[in-house]
Structures are given as structure tokens and as C-alpha cells.
Design a protein around this ligand. Structure first.
Ligand SMILES: [Mg+2]
Length: 264
């Protein structure tokens, strides 16, 4: 999609006093990234169980994988984007009886010590990465909410750490590219939101809608944006007990959009 320059989008804001500026998170706010991960993680666990012949995973298989996943993500500098082979190795240790913390530490110390043939592990990893490539579906109320904001002349700025190309493809696959004025791919720190507010907020409030307190809501609120939190299904370890600043809660994206338009 051809992008207008940051300045021209900002000018549009200045011309239209009534138009709200709404920054949006993408993953688990617009679309169900969590659902894609859940399906991929469940298949990965099933494949590791088949390959090792050990099934100690019990009832809640998704929680079983995610406990390990969070242990690895909280230790790795790439966070949730750590290499998939580490998850396969740690699940092997876990199935063999180690608790999640020990399984993650053993993997961290030596990722190669797993009871699987290299080709088998590679095959499982390949399947996992292919499963993660599935297009996530839009969450309930997103299409209607975007449409309403768009028709009210809101400037919609998508703020992501998920990569501009990937997000562009997902916007296109979900047929919502036309609603988004800008895509900003940058770490969601307070400084970024300060910059966005300076660029777009000369005539009124700038909003931020997102599902994560620590990444979307807190830094935006600290920069003076009005924030609306939509609780997603995915709650990473670093979100547990995160202090919520004064923020509005919405059940769906449509509710969030309506709340903004009611105040505009
Ligand atoms: Mg998100």
C-alpha cells in the first residue's frame, strides 16, 4: 500500500478539528494471533509426544506448552520470537519429568541435548513455522469498529513491533488496508508515543487501543495519550500483575471505537 508521508497525514489531522487520532495495536487487538499460536503449539506438542513416545502432558495441553514457552521467552533476548527448536528441546525435558523452570534452564544451557534425531526435530520445527504462517482472523467487532472510525474521519495509525511487511500482508489478507492511514513499526516505548502525540495531537486527543498493559497502555498513558484496553485471551508472564494506569476498558474493538466516537 502506498503510504502518505508522516507530514501529510499529520496535516490532514490539523485540517480536521473533529477527527480523532487513534493509534492501534495489531496482534490480539485487530486479529487473533493468539489463536494461530495456540493451534501451532498444540500440533508441536502432539508431534513431540509422537516422536519421543512419552505423553506426560495431561489435560490442559495448551497450558502445558505455554508454561514452557513463557519460561523460554522471559529468558531470551528475542522474547516470544526465540527460535522454535528451543521449545522442542524444552518440551522433551519437560515430558521426561523436569519442571518447567528446569526444562527451560537445561535447554538454555545446551539446546542440543534432546532425545530426538536431528531430522525429526527439524521436521517438527518446519511444521510449526508453517502453522505460524496461517493468517489470523479478525477479532469480533474489528471490521465494524474500523469502518465507523474511518467514516468519522479518524486518522488510524497502526503501531506494531511485528514487522511492517508482515503487518501489511495481514491487513491485506483481512481486507482492512483501506482503513489504516499509517503503519509505524517501532518499539512501543514512551518516547514513540510522545513523538506520535507531537505529530498528530495538535488539535485534540490521541488515543491508543491495545491488549497489553505493559506494551500498549502504560507507555502510551505515560506519554499523555488516552488509552483503551481490550483484554485478550493471551496474557504473557510479564503482564501478570502489571499495574494498570488509568485506562478505559472495552470488551470488543467495536466498543472501543464507539467510546472514542461518543467523546469526539
Ligand atoms: Mg497485542
Amino acid at each position: 500500500m502506498p503510504q502518505p508521508s508522516l507530514a501529510s497525514t499529520a496535516n490532514r489531522t490539523r485540517r480536521d478539528h473533529a477527527a480523532p487520532v487513534v493509534c492501534l495495536d495489531a496482534d490480539n487487538t485487530l486479529w487473533d494471533t493468539d489463536g494461530v499460536f495456540a493451534a501451532a503449539q498444540l500440533r508441536l506438542l502432539a508431534n513431540v509426544i509422537t516422536a519421543t513416545g512419552i505423553d506426560m502432558a495431561g489435560e490442559d495441553r495448551l497450558a502445558y506448552v505455554r508454561e514452557i514457552d513463557q519460561e523460554l521467552a522471559s529468558r531470551h533476548h528475542l522474547g516470544l520470537r526465540y527460535p522454535a527448536r528451543l521449545l522442542i528441546a524444552a518440551l522433551c525435558h519437560r515430558l521426561l519429568g523436569d519442571d518447567p523452570g528446569l526444562a527451560a534452564r537445561k535447554t538454555w544451557n545446551d539446546p542440543s541435548t534432546i532425545p530426538l534425531a536431528k531430522e525429526v526435530a527439524e521436521e517438527i520445527e518446519k511444521q510449526y513455522l508453517s502453522d505460524l504462517g496461517v493468517t489470523p482472523r479478525l477479532l469480533p467487532g474489528v471490521h465494524t469498529g474500523l469502518e465507523r472510525l474511518h467514516h468519522a474521519n479518524a486518522v488510524l495509525v497502526l503501531v506494531t513491533e511485528g514487522g511492517r511487511d508482515r503487518v501489511g500482508k495481514l491487513l491485506q489478507a483481512n481486507k482492512i488496508t483501506r482503513y489504516i492511514d499509517r503503519v509505524i513499526d517501532a518499539p512501543k516505548r514512551k518516547e514513540l508515543f510522545v513523538r506520535l502525540r507531537r505529530l498528530f495531537g495538535s488539535n485534540g486527543p490521541v488515543y491508543m487501543i491495545g491488549d497489553q498493559i505493559t506494551r500498549d497502555i502504560k507507555p502510551a498513558a505515560e506519554a499523555g495519550l488516552r488509552t483503551i484496553h481490550i483484554q485478550g485471551k493471551f496474557r504473557p508472564i510479564w503482564e501478570t500483575g502489571a499495574a494498570a494506569p488509568t485506562t478505559q476498558e472495552a470488551n470488543t474493538f467495536e466498543d472501543a471505537a464507539n467510546a472514542i466516537l461518543a467523546r469526539a
